[in-house]
Design a protein around this ligand. Structure first.
Ligand code: GLN
Length: 504
Protein backbone atom coordinates (compact mmCIF):
# COMPACT_ATOMS: atom_id res chain seq x y z
CA UNK A 1 0.00 0.00 0.00
CA UNK A 2 1.15 3.57 -0.68
CA UNK A 3 2.58 5.28 2.35
CA UNK A 4 0.00 8.02 2.76
CA UNK A 5 2.45 10.30 4.54
CA UNK A 6 4.70 10.47 1.47
CA UNK A 7 2.02 11.91 -0.83
CA UNK A 8 1.77 15.58 -1.67
CA UNK A 9 -1.40 17.27 -0.41
CA UNK A 10 -2.69 17.49 -3.98
CA UNK A 11 -2.17 13.76 -4.57
CA UNK A 12 -3.68 12.83 -1.22
CA UNK A 13 -6.67 15.10 -1.99
CA UNK A 14 -7.05 13.26 -5.31
CA UNK A 15 -7.17 9.89 -3.56
CA UNK A 16 -9.68 11.19 -1.03
CA UNK A 17 -11.94 12.57 -3.75
CA UNK A 18 -11.70 9.32 -5.71
CA UNK A 19 -12.68 7.40 -2.58
CA UNK A 20 -9.44 5.37 -2.63
CA UNK A 21 -8.63 6.32 0.95
CA UNK A 22 -10.56 7.91 3.79
CA UNK A 23 -9.56 10.99 5.71
CA UNK A 24 -9.54 8.93 8.91
CA UNK A 25 -6.92 6.61 7.34
CA UNK A 26 -4.85 9.54 6.09
CA UNK A 27 -5.04 11.38 9.41
CA UNK A 28 -4.20 8.24 11.39
CA UNK A 29 -1.21 7.56 9.13
CA UNK A 30 0.18 11.01 9.97
CA UNK A 31 -0.52 10.59 13.69
CA UNK A 32 1.34 7.25 13.58
CA UNK A 33 4.24 8.89 11.80
CA UNK A 34 4.28 11.57 14.50
CA UNK A 35 4.42 8.91 17.21
CA UNK A 36 7.38 7.31 15.42
CA UNK A 37 9.50 10.40 14.70
CA UNK A 38 8.50 13.05 17.27
CA UNK A 39 10.96 11.74 19.89
CA UNK A 40 13.73 12.65 17.42
CA UNK A 41 12.27 15.72 15.69
CA UNK A 42 10.09 17.48 18.32
CA UNK A 43 8.17 19.55 15.78
CA UNK A 44 4.94 19.68 17.81
CA UNK A 45 4.09 21.44 21.05
CA UNK A 46 0.60 20.00 21.15
CA UNK A 47 -0.92 17.05 19.32
CA UNK A 48 -4.68 17.19 18.74
CA UNK A 49 -5.25 13.56 17.76
CA UNK A 50 -8.82 13.22 18.97
CA UNK A 51 -10.03 16.43 17.39
CA UNK A 52 -8.22 15.69 14.11
CA UNK A 53 -9.77 12.23 13.84
CA UNK A 54 -13.22 13.65 14.63
CA UNK A 55 -12.87 16.19 11.80
CA UNK A 56 -11.65 13.42 9.49
CA UNK A 57 -14.61 11.18 10.34
CA UNK A 58 -17.01 14.06 9.74
CA UNK A 59 -15.47 14.77 6.31
CA UNK A 60 -15.67 11.08 5.39
CA UNK A 61 -19.36 11.00 6.32
CA UNK A 62 -20.13 14.14 4.33
CA UNK A 63 -18.21 12.88 1.33
CA UNK A 64 -20.03 9.56 1.45
CA UNK A 65 -23.32 11.49 1.50
CA UNK A 66 -22.31 13.14 -1.77
CA UNK A 67 -21.71 16.61 -0.34
CA UNK A 68 -19.63 18.99 -2.47
CA UNK A 69 -16.43 19.53 -0.44
CA UNK A 70 -13.38 21.79 -0.67
CA UNK A 71 -10.64 20.17 -2.82
CA UNK A 72 -8.39 19.86 0.28
CA UNK A 73 -11.14 18.51 2.56
CA UNK A 74 -9.76 15.69 4.69
CA UNK A 75 -6.07 16.52 4.13
CA UNK A 76 -4.42 16.97 7.55
CA UNK A 77 -2.52 20.13 8.46
CA UNK A 78 -0.23 21.42 11.23
CA UNK A 79 -0.51 24.98 12.56
CA UNK A 80 2.26 27.14 14.02
CA UNK A 81 1.63 27.84 17.68
CA UNK A 82 1.52 31.62 17.16
CA UNK A 83 -1.91 31.21 15.52
CA UNK A 84 -4.82 31.04 17.96
CA UNK A 85 -7.02 27.96 17.91
CA UNK A 86 -10.23 27.70 19.92
CA UNK A 87 -9.95 24.98 22.52
CA UNK A 88 -6.35 24.08 21.64
CA UNK A 89 -3.47 25.39 23.78
CA UNK A 90 -1.61 28.27 22.14
CA UNK A 91 1.70 29.41 23.61
CA UNK A 92 3.66 31.10 20.80
CA UNK A 93 6.60 29.12 22.18
CA UNK A 94 6.53 31.21 25.37
CA UNK A 95 6.32 30.25 29.00
CA UNK A 96 4.22 33.36 29.60
CA UNK A 97 1.33 31.77 27.68
CA UNK A 98 1.65 28.34 29.25
CA UNK A 99 -1.80 26.92 29.88
CA UNK A 100 -3.65 29.52 27.82
CA UNK A 101 -6.49 28.09 25.74
CA UNK A 102 -7.87 30.68 23.30
CA UNK A 103 -11.63 31.26 23.24
CA UNK A 104 -11.64 31.94 19.47
CA UNK A 105 -10.11 30.90 16.15
CA UNK A 106 -7.88 32.98 13.90
CA UNK A 107 -9.59 33.74 10.59
CA UNK A 108 -7.24 31.42 8.75
CA UNK A 109 -8.06 28.62 11.20
CA UNK A 110 -11.78 29.25 10.67
CA UNK A 111 -11.19 28.85 6.95
CA UNK A 112 -9.17 25.67 7.44
CA UNK A 113 -11.92 24.22 9.63
CA UNK A 114 -14.70 25.30 7.26
CA UNK A 115 -12.87 23.50 4.43
CA UNK A 116 -12.63 20.32 6.53
CA UNK A 117 -8.86 19.94 7.05
CA UNK A 118 -8.09 17.99 10.24
CA UNK A 119 -5.70 20.00 12.45
CA UNK A 120 -3.01 17.59 13.69
CA UNK A 121 -1.56 19.95 16.27
CA UNK A 122 0.42 23.08 17.01
CA UNK A 123 4.05 23.40 15.94
CA UNK A 124 7.11 24.51 17.85
CA UNK A 125 8.66 27.92 17.23
CA UNK A 126 11.02 30.54 18.59
CA UNK A 127 9.30 32.44 21.40
CA UNK A 128 6.89 34.98 19.88
CA UNK A 129 8.47 34.22 16.47
CA UNK A 130 11.78 35.83 17.40
CA UNK A 131 14.64 33.83 15.98
CA UNK A 132 16.04 31.83 13.09
CA UNK A 133 16.61 28.45 14.71
CA UNK A 134 13.64 27.54 16.98
CA UNK A 135 16.19 27.39 19.82
CA UNK A 136 14.42 30.30 21.53
CA UNK A 137 11.35 28.15 22.19
CA UNK A 138 10.57 27.73 25.89
CA UNK A 139 9.70 24.10 25.13
CA UNK A 140 12.90 22.60 23.75
CA UNK A 141 14.61 22.51 20.36
CA UNK A 142 13.17 21.15 17.13
CA UNK A 143 15.64 19.06 15.12
CA UNK A 144 16.26 19.24 11.38
CA UNK A 145 15.14 15.94 9.79
CA UNK A 146 18.17 16.09 7.44
CA UNK A 147 20.57 16.07 10.39
CA UNK A 148 19.19 15.91 13.92
CA UNK A 149 22.14 17.90 15.29
CA UNK A 150 21.16 20.89 13.19
CA UNK A 151 18.58 23.66 13.42
CA UNK A 152 15.36 23.44 11.39
CA UNK A 153 15.39 27.20 10.86
CA UNK A 154 13.15 29.64 12.65
CA UNK A 155 11.02 30.97 13.89
CA UNK A 156 8.77 28.40 12.22
CA UNK A 157 11.13 25.44 12.56
CA UNK A 158 8.35 23.20 13.86
CA UNK A 159 6.13 23.66 10.82
CA UNK A 160 9.01 23.13 8.38
CA UNK A 161 10.36 20.08 10.23
CA UNK A 162 6.88 18.53 10.47
CA UNK A 163 6.43 18.81 6.71
CA UNK A 164 10.00 17.67 5.92
CA UNK A 165 9.66 14.68 8.27
CA UNK A 166 6.37 13.60 6.61
CA UNK A 167 4.41 14.26 9.80
CA UNK A 168 2.07 16.60 7.90
CA UNK A 169 1.62 17.32 4.20
CA UNK A 170 0.65 20.93 4.92
CA UNK A 171 1.53 23.45 7.61
CA UNK A 172 0.90 27.07 8.45
CA UNK A 173 3.80 29.40 9.20
CA UNK A 174 4.20 33.12 9.80
CA UNK A 175 6.87 35.34 8.27
CA UNK A 176 7.87 38.67 9.80
CA UNK A 177 11.43 38.67 8.51
CA UNK A 178 11.80 35.24 6.94
CA UNK A 179 10.28 32.71 9.36
CA UNK A 180 8.47 30.79 6.63
CA UNK A 181 11.11 31.01 3.89
CA UNK A 182 14.29 30.43 5.91
CA UNK A 183 13.02 27.23 7.63
CA UNK A 184 11.75 26.04 4.23
CA UNK A 185 15.21 26.64 2.72
CA UNK A 186 17.11 24.69 5.38
CA UNK A 187 14.69 21.74 5.49
CA UNK A 188 14.21 21.22 1.74
CA UNK A 189 10.56 22.32 1.77
CA UNK A 190 8.51 25.03 0.06
CA UNK A 191 7.41 28.13 1.98
CA UNK A 192 5.54 31.23 0.90
CA UNK A 193 5.21 34.65 2.50
CA UNK A 194 2.14 36.16 0.81
CA UNK A 195 1.67 39.85 -0.06
CA UNK A 196 1.15 41.81 3.16
CA UNK A 197 -2.57 42.10 3.82
CA UNK A 198 -3.60 39.22 1.56
CA UNK A 199 -3.93 36.67 4.38
CA UNK A 200 -5.79 37.86 7.48
CA UNK A 201 -3.72 38.61 10.58
CA UNK A 202 -6.80 38.27 12.80
CA UNK A 203 -5.88 35.75 15.46
CA UNK A 204 -2.11 35.78 14.89
CA UNK A 205 -0.30 36.66 18.11
CA UNK A 206 1.38 39.81 16.82
CA UNK A 207 5.13 40.31 16.81
CA UNK A 208 5.51 43.27 14.42
CA UNK A 209 2.12 44.15 12.98
CA UNK A 210 3.38 45.98 9.90
CA UNK A 211 5.52 42.99 8.88
CA UNK A 212 3.73 39.81 10.06
CA UNK A 213 2.11 37.60 7.44
CA UNK A 214 0.89 34.00 7.62
CA UNK A 215 1.46 31.59 4.76
CA UNK A 216 1.87 27.98 3.61
CA UNK A 217 4.66 25.49 4.32
CA UNK A 218 4.48 22.43 2.06
CA UNK A 219 6.53 19.94 0.05
CA UNK A 220 5.46 21.15 -3.41
CA UNK A 221 4.77 24.50 -5.06
CA UNK A 222 1.28 23.42 -6.11
CA UNK A 223 0.42 22.47 -2.51
CA UNK A 224 1.45 25.95 -1.37
CA UNK A 225 -0.80 27.52 -4.01
CA UNK A 226 -3.74 25.35 -2.89
CA UNK A 227 -3.26 26.26 0.77
CA UNK A 228 -2.58 29.93 0.00
CA UNK A 229 -5.88 30.21 -1.89
CA UNK A 230 -7.68 28.53 0.99
CA UNK A 231 -6.39 30.85 3.75
CA UNK A 232 -6.23 34.08 1.72
CA UNK A 233 -8.81 36.69 0.84
CA UNK A 234 -10.40 39.72 2.43
CA UNK A 235 -11.26 39.75 6.12
CA UNK A 236 -13.18 42.70 7.61
CA UNK A 237 -11.70 41.82 11.03
CA UNK A 238 -8.18 42.80 9.87
CA UNK A 239 -7.96 46.52 9.11
CA UNK A 240 -4.95 45.99 6.82
CA UNK A 241 -6.63 43.23 4.80
CA UNK A 242 -6.61 43.85 1.03
CA UNK A 243 -10.16 44.04 -0.33
CA UNK A 244 -9.59 42.71 -3.85
CA UNK A 245 -8.83 39.05 -4.57
CA UNK A 246 -5.39 37.97 -5.86
CA UNK A 247 -5.02 36.49 -9.35
CA UNK A 248 -5.41 32.67 -9.51
CA UNK A 249 -2.53 31.02 -7.66
CA UNK A 250 -3.35 27.37 -8.34
CA UNK A 251 -3.86 28.16 -12.02
CA UNK A 252 -0.45 29.89 -12.09
CA UNK A 253 1.23 26.87 -10.46
CA UNK A 254 -0.36 24.51 -12.99
CA UNK A 255 0.66 26.76 -15.87
CA UNK A 256 4.22 27.00 -14.52
CA UNK A 257 4.52 23.24 -14.24
CA UNK A 258 4.31 22.99 -18.03
CA UNK A 259 7.78 24.52 -17.96
CA UNK A 260 7.34 27.41 -20.38
CA UNK A 261 8.69 30.71 -19.09
CA UNK A 262 9.19 32.47 -22.40
CA UNK A 263 8.81 36.22 -22.16
CA UNK A 264 9.46 36.26 -18.41
CA UNK A 265 12.18 38.58 -17.11
CA UNK A 266 14.01 37.26 -14.05
CA UNK A 267 16.07 39.82 -12.10
CA UNK A 268 19.07 38.60 -10.12
CA UNK A 269 19.63 40.94 -7.18
CA UNK A 270 23.32 41.90 -7.10
CA UNK A 271 23.24 42.67 -3.38
CA UNK A 272 21.84 39.26 -2.40
CA UNK A 273 24.79 37.08 -3.32
CA UNK A 274 28.54 37.05 -2.98
CA UNK A 275 30.31 37.66 0.30
CA UNK A 276 28.99 35.62 3.22
CA UNK A 277 27.16 33.13 0.99
CA UNK A 278 28.26 29.49 1.14
CA UNK A 279 29.83 28.38 -2.18
CA UNK A 280 27.51 25.36 -2.47
CA UNK A 281 24.45 27.57 -1.94
CA UNK A 282 25.62 29.91 -4.69
CA UNK A 283 26.41 27.01 -7.03
CA UNK A 284 22.87 25.59 -6.65
CA UNK A 285 21.48 29.10 -7.16
CA UNK A 286 23.33 29.56 -10.44
CA UNK A 287 22.32 26.12 -11.69
CA UNK A 288 18.69 27.04 -11.03
CA UNK A 289 19.17 30.26 -13.00
CA UNK A 290 20.42 28.21 -15.93
CA UNK A 291 17.32 26.03 -15.74
CA UNK A 292 15.09 29.12 -15.79
CA UNK A 293 17.00 30.32 -18.83
CA UNK A 294 16.49 26.96 -20.52
CA UNK A 295 12.72 27.36 -19.91
CA UNK A 296 12.77 30.57 -21.92
CA UNK A 297 13.22 33.19 -19.18
CA UNK A 298 15.43 36.20 -19.77
CA UNK A 299 17.91 36.69 -16.92
CA UNK A 300 18.84 40.28 -16.07
CA UNK A 301 20.96 41.73 -13.25
CA UNK A 302 19.30 44.33 -11.01
CA UNK A 303 20.74 46.42 -8.19
CA UNK A 304 18.96 47.30 -4.95
CA UNK A 305 21.54 49.55 -3.28
CA UNK A 306 19.62 50.14 -0.04
CA UNK A 307 19.27 46.44 0.84
CA UNK A 308 22.52 46.92 2.71
CA UNK A 309 20.50 48.77 5.38
CA UNK A 310 17.53 46.39 5.46
CA UNK A 311 18.72 44.30 8.39
CA UNK A 312 19.50 47.41 10.44
CA UNK A 313 16.11 48.97 9.71
CA UNK A 314 14.32 45.70 10.47
CA UNK A 315 16.01 45.30 13.85
CA UNK A 316 14.69 48.73 14.86
CA UNK A 317 11.17 48.55 13.42
CA UNK A 318 10.47 44.96 14.50
CA UNK A 319 11.53 45.38 18.18
CA UNK A 320 9.70 48.71 18.35
CA UNK A 321 6.44 47.13 17.25
CA UNK A 322 7.09 44.00 19.31
CA UNK A 323 7.73 45.97 22.51
CA UNK A 324 4.31 47.54 22.10
CA UNK A 325 2.52 44.32 21.07
CA UNK A 326 3.99 42.34 23.97
CA UNK A 327 2.91 44.89 26.60
CA UNK A 328 -0.39 43.01 26.94
CA UNK A 329 1.35 40.01 28.53
CA UNK A 330 1.27 41.37 32.05
CA UNK A 331 0.09 38.52 34.26
CA UNK A 332 -3.42 39.94 34.40
CA UNK A 333 -5.05 38.74 31.20
CA UNK A 334 -3.42 35.64 29.70
CA UNK A 335 -1.52 32.58 30.90
CA UNK A 336 1.21 32.88 33.50
CA UNK A 337 0.92 34.98 36.67
CA UNK A 338 3.87 35.20 39.06
CA UNK A 339 3.74 37.04 42.38
CA UNK A 340 6.87 38.69 43.77
CA UNK A 341 8.75 36.41 46.17
CA UNK A 342 8.74 39.03 48.90
CA UNK A 343 7.30 42.45 49.53
CA UNK A 344 3.91 43.85 48.61
CA UNK A 345 1.81 42.25 45.86
CA UNK A 346 1.05 45.34 43.79
CA UNK A 347 -0.11 45.24 40.16
CA UNK A 348 3.18 46.67 38.96
CA UNK A 349 5.26 44.15 40.93
CA UNK A 350 3.17 41.23 39.67
CA UNK A 351 3.66 42.44 36.11
CA UNK A 352 7.42 42.71 36.64
CA UNK A 353 7.66 39.27 38.23
CA UNK A 354 5.48 37.67 35.53
CA UNK A 355 7.37 39.24 32.63
CA UNK A 356 10.72 38.54 34.28
CA UNK A 357 9.89 34.84 34.62
CA UNK A 358 7.70 34.33 31.57
CA UNK A 359 9.81 35.93 28.83
CA UNK A 360 13.04 34.38 27.58
CA UNK A 361 16.28 36.28 26.90
CA UNK A 362 15.68 37.02 23.23
CA UNK A 363 12.23 38.48 23.93
CA UNK A 364 13.61 40.63 26.74
CA UNK A 365 16.44 41.80 24.49
CA UNK A 366 13.96 42.95 21.84
CA UNK A 367 11.55 44.57 24.30
CA UNK A 368 14.44 46.60 25.71
CA UNK A 369 15.70 47.50 22.22
CA UNK A 370 12.24 48.53 21.04
CA UNK A 371 11.38 50.52 24.13
CA UNK A 372 14.67 52.38 23.77
CA UNK A 373 14.19 53.06 20.05
CA UNK A 374 10.72 54.49 20.69
CA UNK A 375 11.62 56.61 23.72
CA UNK A 376 11.33 60.40 23.67
CA UNK A 377 14.45 62.01 22.26
CA UNK A 378 15.52 58.85 20.39
CA UNK A 379 12.42 58.20 18.33
CA UNK A 380 13.51 60.31 15.32
CA UNK A 381 17.08 59.05 15.37
CA UNK A 382 16.18 55.35 15.47
CA UNK A 383 12.59 54.46 14.62
CA UNK A 384 12.15 57.50 12.34
CA UNK A 385 15.36 56.79 10.40
CA UNK A 386 14.47 53.12 10.05
CA UNK A 387 11.11 54.06 8.52
CA UNK A 388 12.92 56.25 5.99
CA UNK A 389 15.18 53.35 5.06
CA UNK A 390 12.05 51.27 4.61
CA UNK A 391 10.83 53.76 2.00
CA UNK A 392 14.18 53.59 0.18
CA UNK A 393 13.95 49.79 0.08
CA UNK A 394 10.44 50.00 -1.34
CA UNK A 395 11.82 52.32 -4.06
CA UNK A 396 14.64 49.88 -4.82
CA UNK A 397 12.02 47.19 -5.38
CA UNK A 398 9.91 49.49 -7.57
CA UNK A 399 12.94 50.23 -9.76
CA UNK A 400 13.94 46.57 -9.92
CA UNK A 401 10.42 45.48 -10.87
CA UNK A 402 10.50 47.96 -13.75
CA UNK A 403 13.30 45.84 -15.22
CA UNK A 404 12.14 42.37 -14.19
CA UNK A 405 8.86 40.50 -13.56
CA UNK A 406 10.29 38.57 -10.62
CA UNK A 407 13.47 38.91 -8.55
CA UNK A 408 15.53 35.95 -7.35
CA UNK A 409 18.26 35.18 -4.82
CA UNK A 410 19.41 32.37 -2.57
CA UNK A 411 16.88 32.27 0.32
CA UNK A 412 19.57 32.07 2.98
CA UNK A 413 23.34 32.58 2.87
CA UNK A 414 24.07 29.14 4.35
CA UNK A 415 22.53 25.74 4.97
CA UNK A 416 21.34 24.64 8.43
CA UNK A 417 23.93 25.30 11.12
CA UNK A 418 24.50 23.18 14.23
CA UNK A 419 22.20 23.52 17.23
CA UNK A 420 23.90 25.81 19.73
CA UNK A 421 26.31 27.26 17.18
CA UNK A 422 24.81 30.78 17.07
CA UNK A 423 22.77 30.81 20.25
CA UNK A 424 25.17 33.09 22.13
CA UNK A 425 25.68 35.45 19.20
CA UNK A 426 22.44 37.30 18.41
CA UNK A 427 24.00 39.28 15.56
CA UNK A 428 25.21 36.13 13.78
CA UNK A 429 21.68 34.72 14.20
CA UNK A 430 20.13 37.89 12.71
CA UNK A 431 22.30 37.57 9.58
CA UNK A 432 20.34 34.50 8.45
CA UNK A 433 17.56 36.80 7.34
CA UNK A 434 19.60 39.16 5.20
CA UNK A 435 17.95 37.96 1.97
CA UNK A 436 14.41 37.50 3.30
CA UNK A 437 13.86 40.72 5.28
CA UNK A 438 13.65 43.20 2.35
CA UNK A 439 10.38 41.58 1.18
CA UNK A 440 8.77 42.08 4.60
CA UNK A 441 9.85 45.72 4.75
CA UNK A 442 8.25 46.32 1.34
CA UNK A 443 5.16 44.12 1.91
CA UNK A 444 5.83 42.08 -1.23
CA UNK A 445 5.39 38.29 -1.58
CA UNK A 446 8.22 35.74 -1.59
CA UNK A 447 8.56 31.99 -2.10
CA UNK A 448 11.39 29.62 -1.24
CA UNK A 449 11.81 26.25 -2.89
CA UNK A 450 14.63 23.71 -2.62
CA UNK A 451 17.43 24.28 -5.12
CA UNK A 452 19.38 21.13 -4.23
CA UNK A 453 21.97 19.96 -1.75
CA UNK A 454 24.91 22.21 -0.98
CA UNK A 455 28.51 20.96 -0.72
CA UNK A 456 27.75 19.81 2.85
CA UNK A 457 24.89 17.57 1.69
CA UNK A 458 22.23 19.84 3.23
CA UNK A 459 19.34 21.56 1.42
CA UNK A 460 19.66 25.09 0.07
CA UNK A 461 16.83 27.37 -0.99
CA UNK A 462 15.98 29.46 -4.03
CA UNK A 463 13.93 32.61 -3.36
CA UNK A 464 11.50 34.20 -5.83
CA UNK A 465 10.06 37.68 -5.11
CA UNK A 466 7.22 39.41 -6.95
CA UNK A 467 5.49 42.81 -6.79
CA UNK A 468 2.67 43.23 -4.25
CA UNK A 469 -0.49 41.37 -5.27
CA UNK A 470 1.38 39.48 -8.01
CA UNK A 471 1.77 36.33 -5.88
CA UNK A 472 0.70 34.31 -8.93
CA UNK A 473 4.13 34.96 -10.48
CA UNK A 474 5.83 33.17 -7.56
CA UNK A 475 3.83 30.06 -8.34
CA UNK A 476 4.39 30.18 -12.06
CA UNK A 477 8.16 30.51 -11.70
CA UNK A 478 8.37 28.22 -8.65
CA UNK A 479 6.43 25.40 -10.32
CA UNK A 480 8.49 25.66 -13.50
CA UNK A 481 11.78 25.52 -11.63
CA UNK A 482 10.57 22.72 -9.35
CA UNK A 483 9.60 20.59 -12.36
CA UNK A 484 13.00 21.10 -14.00
CA UNK A 485 14.95 20.46 -10.80
CA UNK A 486 13.01 17.31 -9.94
CA UNK A 487 13.69 16.02 -13.42
CA UNK A 488 17.41 16.49 -12.83
CA UNK A 489 17.22 14.79 -9.40
CA UNK A 490 14.97 11.99 -10.59
CA UNK A 491 12.30 12.87 -7.98
CA UNK A 492 11.67 15.21 -5.06
CA UNK A 493 14.70 16.35 -3.05
CA UNK A 494 13.14 15.06 0.18
CA UNK A 495 13.33 11.52 -1.18
CA UNK A 496 17.06 11.85 -0.44
CA UNK A 497 16.57 12.73 3.23
CA UNK A 498 17.64 10.13 5.81
CA UNK A 499 15.06 7.72 7.23
CA UNK A 500 14.07 8.77 10.74
CA UNK A 501 12.07 5.81 11.93
CA UNK A 502 14.12 3.45 13.98
CA UNK A 503 14.05 -0.06 12.55
CA UNK A 504 13.25 0.99 8.97
N1 GLN B 1 14.46 35.61 12.24
C1 GLN B 1 13.74 36.85 12.17
C2 GLN B 1 13.62 37.44 13.55
O1 GLN B 1 14.13 36.86 14.46
C3 GLN B 1 12.42 36.64 11.53
C4 GLN B 1 11.37 36.16 12.44
C5 GLN B 1 10.06 35.94 11.77
O2 GLN B 1 9.92 36.06 10.55
N2 GLN B 1 9.06 35.70 12.58
O3 GLN B 1 13.05 38.48 13.73
Amino acid sequence: MTDLTRLSAADLAGKLTAGEVSSVEATQAHLDRMTAVEPAVNAFLHVAAEQALATAADVDTRRAAGEQLHPLAGVPIAVKDVVVTRGLPTTAGSQILEGWVPPYDATLVERIKAAGLPILGKTNMDEFAMGSSTEHSAYGDTHNPWDLDRIPGGSGGGSAAAVAAFEAPLAIGTDTGGSIRQPAAVTGTVGVKPTYGSVSRYGLIAMASSLDQAGPVTRTVLDSALLHELIGGHDPRDSTSIPDPLPGLVAAARQGATGDLSGLRVGVVTELQGEGYQPGVLARFHESLELLRSAGAEIVEVSCPHFEYALGAYYLIMPSEASSNLAKFDGMRFGLRVEPEQGPVTAERVMAATRGTGFGDEVKRRVILGTYALSAGYYDAYYGSAQKVRTLIQRDFANAFAAADVLVSPTTPTTAFKLGEKLDDPLAMYLNDVATIPANLAGIPGLSLPSGLSDDGLPSGFQVLAPAKADDRLYRVGAALEALLEKSWGGPLLAQAPELEVGK
